[in-house]
Each structure stands twice: as structure tokens, then as C-alpha cells.
Design a protein around this ligand. Structure first.
Ligand code: SF4
Ligand code: MG
Length: 337
């Protein structure tokens, strides 16, 4: 039973003196409890915007003119988050409580002027009605669970008194304070050194199996996808061009963009050989210059007649594995004699 179903969702940015820009174009994504979906793509592809839309944390000039974001925790009625009013009660009940978010920069969710213990206590008092003493007990247990040594003393530390890795752990504890059913992680390990990054990924995996929550994980790094995700959706210039289980997408990348991404990372099994990088030719066009057809047309080595003008359908290439590319539906040029 999925907990979040994003269906046919577009996100449009408008500005007074330019044409509207459809930054995210009719995406479909499904999240399941206990599973991680990674949204992967280069910067500016719309992955963060998509994630923020789930909490309606979009800029003022952005809106969701079509599609739905159906959130349905077990045993509850479904809510279309896309249609909730900003600052409405149901939206506030969901934010930070049923769905919470962690970021690359912990200071975007931690306050610099309060101790981490006070901040986490406050979440529990506010959302779950705990008394301060109960809240502190749970805070200490949680800080311990996210691997902060000396949790009871550390609860009285201010964020600036912690190392980068511990701050990241404190932010994760804060996000889990109300045991969310869905955790959204926007590049939470990107700013960390390799060792700390591996530790935080391990921690998130562990917490996910402890809490059984669904996770939407944003990254530009296919190595991280392989580490943490069950499912992956590849974004390019506002389109989800391919999605499926990590196994299927890595074993049989079916969209030329995914294939190019794959060939540009060193093969993990052959790290020692340092497989040569083959970066994708050209640059990502600005969203306003995206062709009406396939978003990848200007960089695709296989582009052919319909690509620039006709948008490829979402085509199934295997059980639950989809891609949007005309090559997948092209009729053979000649019949085999
Ligand atoms: Fe390339 Fe055309 Fe497929 Fe797009 S639809 S990825 S341009 S072949
Ligand atoms: Mg981003």
C-alpha cells in the first residue's frame, strides 16, 4: 500500500515579465513504507523542487497547476497535498509531523540560538503533546539512536558546538522527533567528507528499518543511489525520463540520458582500473528553451525526427520499469525478410 502517490504533477514558475516556465512536467512517483525512492539528476533538473512540492515549500511564484500529491498514511483517508491551502491546519499537521525533511545544510532546520535538546523537545511538545520531562527523555533516546555519543550532555549543546557530522545527526533526530511516515532527504550527505557520508547513509538505512518509514532521497550521485535506494527516478530538465527498481535501472538503463549518466561514473566493481569518464556532450539548456518534445533532444546522440516536437510516452520496458524515449516505441524500419 503506497503512502504517497504523485500523479501527473506539473510545477510552474511565473514571473511578471517572462513567459511561465514549467519546471517540472507531469511527473508520476510512488512511495511505499519501508522503501527508499531516489530522485537523481543534475542540478536544476527539478528534483529539489519536486521534493519541496510534497511539503508545499515552494517559492511564492511557483504553483502546481495540474496533477495531485495523494498522501495516505495507513488507516487514514487520502489527502491531496497539492490542493491544501498554505498555512491550513491539515498542511501544518502534515509538515514536520507526518512528513519531515532533512537538507544538505543542517542549519536550515536547526536554530542557532537554541540547544538541540530544546529544539527537539519543542517538536514533541508541540506536535505530540508531551510534557517537557517526557519530551527530554525521548530526545535523549533519539539522540542516542542517531549515534550522538553522550546524548544527555550533548542535548544541552548549541548547534555550533557540534562537528558537521554530529550536526547532521542532530538534524536527523529533529526530523524523526515525531516519527514521520515519510522522510524527505535533499542531498543530506553532499557536503560531507566520504567517511562521514558513508556513516550517515548507514544511519539512514538503519533508521528506516527501525521506523519503517518511506524515504524520498534526492541526490545527483548514482553511487549514493546504489547505496541507499530501492527505486530510482532519473530526472532531466523537469522530466522523469526513467524510473524503476535500482536493480533494473542499473542493469538495463533504457533512456539515453540514463545510459550516459551510467557510463560517466567509474564502474564500482572496477574502481582500481579508473574507467575513463565519458561526460555527456553539451550543456543542459535553460528550462525556457526545453523542446516541446523530448527534453534530452539537444544532447542525445540518437535524436531523430519526432524527438524535438513530440513528447515520448511513458513506456514500460519491464515490470514496473518505465522510460520516456521514442526509440522504445519506434517501429522497425524494414521488415525482416
Ligand atoms: Fe534521444 Fe529521442 Fe529518445 Fe529523447 S526521445 S532520448 S532525443 S532518442
Ligand atoms: Mg537541489
Amino acid at each position: 500500500q503506497p503512502i504517497l502517490v504523485i500523479k501527473d504533477m506539473s510545477i510552474v514558475f511565473s514571473s511578471p515579465d517572462e513567459a511561465d516556465i514549467e519546471a517540472v512536467r507531469q511527473v508520476d512517483l510512488t512511495l511505499t513504507p519501508g522503501k527508499t525512492l531516489a530522485l537523481v539528476g543534475e542540478s536544476g533538473c527539478g528534483k529539489s523542487v519536486t521534493a519541496r512540492a510534497v511539503l508545499r515549500l515552494l517559492d511564492r511564484n511557483a504553483n502546481i497547476p495540474r496533477g495531485s500529491i495523494l498522501f495516505q498514511p495507513e488507516g487514514e483517508a487520502a489527502t491531496d497535498i497539492a490542493r491544501l491551502k498554505q498555512d491550513s491546519l491539515p498542511l501544518r499537521a502534515i509538515r514536520g509531523n507526518q512528513i519531515s525533511m532533512i537538507f544538505q545544510e543542517p542549519m536550515s532546520s536547526l536554530s542557532p540560538v537554541h540547544t538541540i535538546g530544546d529544539q527537539i523537545d519543542e517538536m514533541m511538545i508541540l506536535h505530540e503533546g508531551l510534557r517537557p520531562k517526557q519530551a527530554r527523555e525521548r530526545t535523549v533516546a533519539l539522540l542516542d539512536q542517531v549515534g550522538i555519543p553522550g546524548a544527555r550532555q550533548r542535548a544541552d549543546a548549541y548547534p555550533f558546538e557540534l562537528s558537521g557530522g554530529l550536526r547532521q545527526r542532530a538534524m536527523i533526530a529533529m526530523a524523526l522527533a515525531c516519527t514521520p511516515q515519510l522522510l524527505i532527504a535533499d542531498e543530506p550527505t553532499t557536503a560531507l567528507d566520504v567517511t562521514t557520508q558513508a556513516q550517515i547513509l548507514d544511519l539512514l538505512r538503519q533508521l528506516q528499518s527501525d521506523f519503517g518509514m518511506a524515504m524520498l532521497f534526492i541526490t545527483h550521485d548514482l553511487g549514493v543511489v546504489a547505496e541507499i535506494a530501492d527505486e530510482v527516478a532519473v530526472m532531466y530538465l523537469g522530466d522523469v525520463v526513467e524510473q524503476g527498481s535500482v536493480y533494473d535501472v542499473f542493469a538495463r538503463p533504457s533512456h539515453p540520458y540514463t545510459q550516459a549518466l551510467m557510463s560517466s561514473i567509474p564502474k564500482m566493481a572496477r574502481k582500481a582500473e579508473r574507467v575513463r569518464l565519458s561526460p555527456i556532450k553539451g550543456t543542459v539548456p535553460a528550462p525556457k528553451d526545453r523542446p516541446v518534445g523530448c527534453a534530452f533532444t539537444s544532447r542525445c546522440p540518437y535524436a531523430f525526427e519526432p524527438c524535438a516536437t513530440i513528447r515520448p510516452e511513458r513506456t514500460e520496458v519491464g515490470g514496473g520499469h518505465h522510460a520516456r524515449c521514442h526509440l522504445l516505441t519506434r517501429q522497425p524500419v524494414e521488415a525482416v525478410a
